[in-house]
Design a protein around this ligand. Structure first.
Ligand SMILES: C[S@@+](CC[C@H](N)C(=O)[O-])C[C@H]1O[C@@H](n2cnc3c(N)ncnc32)[C@H](O)[C@@H]1O
Length: 246
């Protein structure tokens, strides 16, 4: 069955990306100057970043397109005695009269949007930013020519109590639209039998150097600062965050 961040994908995601920590968390927390600030996290998924923010007593709301990710976020919050303010919405359609001091999208999630959804999504975020508010976007940039994988290869195998989920992928690159099209397949195995299969299209927009900065400027965002967070996801890793304002 074709799904987007469905049940099996969500369980695999949670197995190694449950809660943000270390330099990545410190980086995003450093933008919260006082506890009265209002924060929005579009595409908040399983609450990886939202939950540690709530634990710091920060007023944060989130939304996501995936019911399974949101359900998991709620379960994790319940265990921690936290009540999340989250909803099932699409970033390209999300409108609110509320204004935020900080809107943040960590972990490359904004790169999941194809060009056709980018302008509307940025416009929605702009309309909810306070005059002195900040927008933080983590973007995936193209570092080398993507390697295509035409046949399924196994990429992960996660063992749970009495079951296993095996993940496979295939990859194609569209150089015109600069989209990396990954197809993911998840198989849930119990007693050597595949009892559920989930297929997911996972498109990723790969930005060229300087390209996303132009996108922000064209959409009226200013005061752009590009941060490189060294060792952000652990030693030897790094990622870029685009900070901007209206
Ligand atoms: C890679 S996960 C990252 C989640 C979270 N940002 C984090 O840091 O762990 C990407 C999330 O984006 C959500 N998503 C993808 N497209 C979306 C859209 N158009 N509107 C809202 N959420 C979307 C997915 O459902 C998924 O939960």
């Amino acid at each position: 069955m074709v799904e987007y961040y469905g049940e099996l994908c969500t369980r695999v995601y949670e197995s190694n990306k449950s809660i943000a920590e270390g330099k990545e968390l410190d980086f995003f927390l450093s933008f919260v100057k006082d506890k009265n600030m209002k924060v929005l996290e579009p595409m908040c998924g399983n609450g990886r970043m939202l939950i540690p923010f709530m634990q710091e007593g920060i007023d944060i709301e989130g939304f996501d397109i995936s019911e399974d990710m949101l359900k998991l976020c709620k379960e994790k919050c319940r265990e921690l005695d936290l009540i999340p303010v989250i909803s099932n919405k699409k970033i390209e359609e999300y409108k609110s009269n509320r204004k935020y001091d900080l809107i943040m999208i960590p972990f490359g999630s904004f790169s999941l949007l194809p060009d056709i959804l980018v302008d509307q999504s940025l416009d929605n975020m702009k309309s909810m930013l306070k005059n002195d508010g900040k927008l933080l976007l983590t973007i995936i940039t193209k570092k080398s020519e993507p390697e295509e994988i035409l046949n399924w290869i196994q990429t992960n195998c996660v063992k749970f109590h009495e079951e296993t989920i095996v993940e496979y992928k295939k990859v194609q690159y569209d150089p015109v639209k600069k989209m990396l099209h990954t197809k993911l397949k998840y198989e849930l195995i119990q007693k050597d039998l595949v009892i559920k299969t989930e297929i997911m299209d996972f498109p990723m927009r790969l930005y060229e150097k300087g390209e996303f900065e132009s996108t922000l400027k064209i959409n009226g965002l200013q005061k752009i600062v590009i941060h490189e967070v060294a060792n952000g996801y652990g030693t030897g890793t790094s990622f870029n965050v685009y900070e901007c304002s209206i």
